[in-house]
Write a protein that binds this ligand. Structure first.
Ligand code: ZN
Length: 183
């Protein structure tokens, strides 16, 4: 049984572009280290779950246009560029499972556990977690390598992040583990 490190939406538009998020810069380093470690482990695969939107996508009812397919804004930030063995999944909805090849890809690699990092803890990470849960995957989330969206929110970042992590644990059984120790 393999583990998939799933790196969600660490794209230019989500770091300093259309949906720029200052706290996301702080999780780049931890994600890079964990990805490097995963690539050297026989029983881990690295999966990128990347927004690649079309103008007609439903998300644009509630978010401004971002990560349009094929544009620089939809590219993974340079510090986290996918390696040759990594798997890249393009998505058009919050969940990396919706209308993508993620599930069949995980099956090919005999994946039984997902370790989730990236953003946002309460949106794309959360919806991907729901779909993973109902498909019977074991879930781990790294608090030091995930973040919620900071701009525009009245409530402090830390309490929203804590509530998002608690939700993942309560409803999907996601265990919290530091990106430096998860094995
Ligand atoms: Zn999106």
């Amino acid at each position: 049984m393999q583990t998939a490190l799933v790196i969600v939406d660490m794209l230019n538009d989500f770091v300093d572009g259309a949906l720029g998020n200052p706290p996301s810069k702080e999780i780049v380093g931890p994600i890079a280290s964990l990805a490097e470690r995963s690539r050297t482990s026989d029983d881990w695969v690295v999966v990128y779950a990347n927004d690649a939107h079309h103008l007609s996508d439903v998300e644009f009812r509630v978010f401004p246009p971002h990560a349009m397919a094929g544009t620089p804004g939809a590219a993974v930030v340079s510090e986290l560029r996918p390696g040759p063995e990594d798997i890249v999944i393009n998505k058009r909805f919050y969940s990396a499972f919706t209308d993508t090849e993620l599930q069949s890809t995980l099956r090919v690699h005999d994946v039984g556990r997902l370790v989730l990092v990236g953003q946002h803890t309460d949106c794309c990470v959360r919806h991907t977690s729901y779909d993973a849960f109902v498909r019977d995957y074991e879930l781990v989330v790294c608090p030091d390598a995930t973040t919620v969206l900071e701009p525009g929110a009245d409530e402090p970042l830390a309490s929203r992040q804590e509530r998002a992590l608690e939700y993942l644990h309560t409803y999907y059984g996601a265990r919290r583990e530091s990106s430096t120790t998860v094995g």
